[in-house]
Design a protein around this ligand. Structure first.
Ligand SMILES: [Zn+2]
Length: 314
């Protein structure tokens, strides 16, 4: 039987690659999602987030994002078993060659400073998805940690329109509820949440309400459950907690619209036994045992693949 494949919609490896002592090709404690770790977990699609600390000043945010893209071009896209996927054509080629489909997404639009021109240039460099904010507020919208709780600014709306025009996905993770409501009001196409869980199961500002999850499903979007322990439960957290969130989304009708966005290399609290990409090997077995081969395959890979086919340009 063909081994399972995994699609993961969020890791923060690129941020770590800004440290010249850390190498993507090397397995070791420095990276959860190194190339050997991804291979051991049978990861066939990996979205690489571009994240910079909101504490960085305006100029250095864009600088850091460009350096992360450079690290991606230098250390990730050059690997013969990896393909930088920017289109459906690239995705098909990656599948034919059995390569890891590597996709760039922007986690937080602070580096744009409200400018669609910079977004267009990031798109030229191959960025294919974006979340408007991290937890802080920026020129586009308030993140989920901003007390003011405002929705989208004029610049935020312009960026959303440009994302749609460019066929880039709109990522709801980290956005304040008010911004999520605005996006759902101003758009009617698919939206996604790359790494977030269910707020009904664990009341955390980074998790999605049932209304939003239902809307993602209705629009043929996608959400990735994430393995940051503090978004899953209080206290020690295991794969069982991931399954509680998964069961809830399945009950809402999300069997074809859910998968995983691990947040490896970005989590502050790891789930027991689910702390690096290679742990997908065990996790896939647990999923198969619990949900059966067909559904497990769908959750691990097929759903995100179908979303990519719907979302990526030809
Ligand atoms: Zn994040």
């Amino acid at each position: 039987m063909q081994p399972w494949l995994v699609a993961d919609a969020h890791v923060d490896v690129l941020m770590k690659l800004l440290d010249p002592n850390i190498r993507f090709l090397e397995d070791g404690p420095a990276l959860d999602a190194s190339l050997p770790s991804l291979a051991a977990g049978h990861v066939a699609t990996q979205v690489f987030a571009l994240f910079v600390s909101p504490q960085a000043d305006a100029g250095s945010q864009l600088h850091d994002v460009l350096c992360e893209i450079d690290a991606f071009y230098d250390q990730v896209a050059t690997v013969p078993t990896v393909r930088h996927v920017k289109s459906r054509t690239d995705l098909r080629a990656a599948r034919t060659q059995g390569q890891l489909a590597a996709i760039l997404s922007l986690e937080g639009g602070g580096c744009l400073r409200g400018s669609v021109e910079i977004l267009r240039m990031l798109h030229e460099l191959g960025v294919r998805g974006m979340g408007l904010t991290w937890n802080d507020a920026n020129e586009l919208a308030d993140g989920c940690g901003e007390l003011r709780g405002a929705g989208l600014t004029r610049a935020g709306r312009a960026v959303v329109r440009e994302l749609q025009r460019l066929s880039m996905w709109i990522d709801l993770a980290h956005l304040h509820d008010a911004g999520v409501r605005d996006i759902l009001r101003f758009t009617d196409g698919p939206v996604m949440a790359s790494h977030a869980n269910s707020r009904a199961i664990h009341d955390h500002r980074r998790n999605l309400t049932d209304d939003v999850i239902r809307e993602i499903i209705r629009r043929d979007g996608w959400m990735g459950l994430t393995f940051e322990a503090s978004f899953l439960s209080d206290g020690p957290t295991t794969a069982e907690d991931v399954f509680r969130h998964l069961d809830h989304v399945l009950n809402l009708g999300g069997a074809k619209h859910i998968g995983f966005g691990s947040d490896f290399d970005g989590t502050s609290h790891a789930v027991q036994g689910l702390a690096r990409s290679s742990d997908y090997a065990n996790f896939a077995e647990q999923l198969t045992e619990r949900y059966g081969h067909e559904l497990a395959k769908q959750l691990l890979f097929d759903n995100f693949e179908a979303f990519l086919v719907r979302q990526l340009p030809a």
